[in-house]
Design a protein around this ligand. Structure first.
Ligand SMILES: Cc1cc2nc3c(=O)[nH]c(=O)nc-3n(C[C@H](O)[C@H](O)[C@H](O)COP(=O)(O)O)c2cc1C
Length: 389
């Protein structure tokens, strides 16, 4: 006998269906890492960074928490009794996004700053030598040390708190003159590297408009777009396995939107490009009122790129101490490098020359700074064993 479809039976059926759907959603949510943000082995390096029995290993643990391009973590370390040799991992480059390894060297320089801060905190008095070291161009630095007095600076303490901020900034809050002074001071004492700030609304608008144009140019360049997308980590499982790359959690979308995106099927390159462009236009650039620019004498010089990276990491740590957020925005420089590589017009090169306004200096690393509106989240990191030679 067929059962009559009463309102009661229908609702009972609906209830069952809802439980099944909800169960499936909860399962999918768990599988996609919705409930595990910043958890799992891929995030352990952020909490166990000072735990090594051998204090020399804590120097490397601090180094791998540094800012680095596309979270490619392009570093390798060789540990000796009183020395650490630092190498570029040339298998972990960004292809057409970084044809001259400018960003790779900035990331390595950033790691050096963390390493040196940790050395001081562990009581090592260290000396840094930058490349060339021997004949291997991948051998970028050597840090040697003697025993000294432990000195844990506020910048050292900020190492695990520093994360790239891709959320909106609060445009109504102003960075004070004292804060600008403390940030600018960090650039003193670095040879061939200097710092510029843009806060004039017209200059900021010029930067934002041209950055958006450069972003579209990257999207339109099939090779650059694919080489960038290769570092996108679309699933929780892939993220936990590879422990590198760009994650949804780190995109500054806020908890609700991040959960929704994690639940959707893995996004395509075209969707990722569109999402990137729109987040930039509507959230990041729309709330930008202050831009920093690290400039060097020679943008293609690897030593100067390393030094710029050292300064960048110190700046980001100081910004963290000040309660400020930061996001590198390298599209203009990525397009300038690409134009040089392709040997065609130098449209974005000219934009950057105009922005710097002084032909003795060349733009290397633009970034936006401001007051955060959301807490930042960490990005995954490979562990020590993966980066030791
Ligand atoms: C040289 C360099 C270039 C970068 N360019 C960008 C960029 O254009 N846009 C962006 O959102 N983040 C950029 N970043 C930030 C990295 O993606 C980020 O440091 C990395 O994913 C690790 O995340 P974390 O900084 O939160 O630890 C850059 C970082 C470096 C060192």
């Amino acid at each position: 006998m067929t059962r009559k479809l009463t309102r009661r039976n229908f609702l009972k059926g609906m209830g069952l269906a809802s439980i099944v759907v909800a169960g499936g959603l909860v399962w999918r949510a768990a599988d996609s890492g919705v409930f595990s943000t910043a958890q799992g082995a891929a995030y352990e390096p952020w909490t166990n960074w000072r735990d090594a029995q051998d204090p020399r290993l804590n120097l490397i643990r601090a180094a791998i928490l540094a800012s680095n391009p596309h979270n490619s973590q392009p570093w390798l370390f060789r540990l000796a009794d009183r020395r650490i040799d630092v190498f570029a991992d040339t298998r972990r480059t960004l292809g057409a996004i970084d044809p001259f390894l400018r960003e790779l060297h900035i990331g390595l320089g950033a790691a050096l700053s963390n390493l040196l801060l940790a050395a001081r905190a562990e009581g090592y008095q260290s000396e840094l030598t930058l490349l060339p070291i021997g004949a291997d161009p991948a051998h970028v630095a050597q840090v040697e040390w003697m025993s000294g007095t432990p000195e844990a600076s506020p910048l050292y303490a900020a190492i695990p708190q520093r994360h790239t901020d891709r959320a909106a900034f609060d445009p109504t809050r102003i960075i004070s003159p004292e804060q600008w002074a403390r940030l600018s001071e960090l650039a003193q004492g670095f040879d061939d590297v200097s710092l510029r700030w843009m806060t004039d609304p017209q200059a900021v608008r010029f930067f934002c408009d041209r950055t958006l144009e450069a972003t579209q140019a990257i999207i339109d360049d099939e090779q650059q777009s694919s080489d960038s997308f290769a570092w996108q980590r679309g699933s929780w499982q892939e993220l936990q396995e590879k422990r590198d790359g760009l994650t949804y959690d780190a995109q500054g979308m806020g908890p609700v939107m991040t959960s929704i995106v994690k639940l959707l099927p893995t996004i395509t390159k075209a969707q990722a490009d569109r999402g990137w462009f729109e987040a930039l236009r509507d959230r990041q650039l729309a709330t930008t009122t202050a831009v920093g620019l690290i400039v060097t004498r020679d943008a293609l010089d690897a030593r100067q790129q390393l030094t710029a990276g050292r300064l960048w990491q110190l700046l980001h740590l100081q910004l963290t101490v000040e309660g400020l957020g930061a996001q590198p925005l390298n599209q203009l420089v990525e397009r300038r490098d690409r134009e040089i590589q392709l040997g065609g017009e130098s449209h974005f090169g000219e934009v950057l020359t105009e922005m710097v306004g002084d032909n003795r200096w060349s733009a290397l690393m633009p970034f936006r700074v401001g007051y955060p509106t959301l807490p930042t989240l960490p990005s995954p990191r490979r562990d020590l064993q993966a980066v030791l030679l």
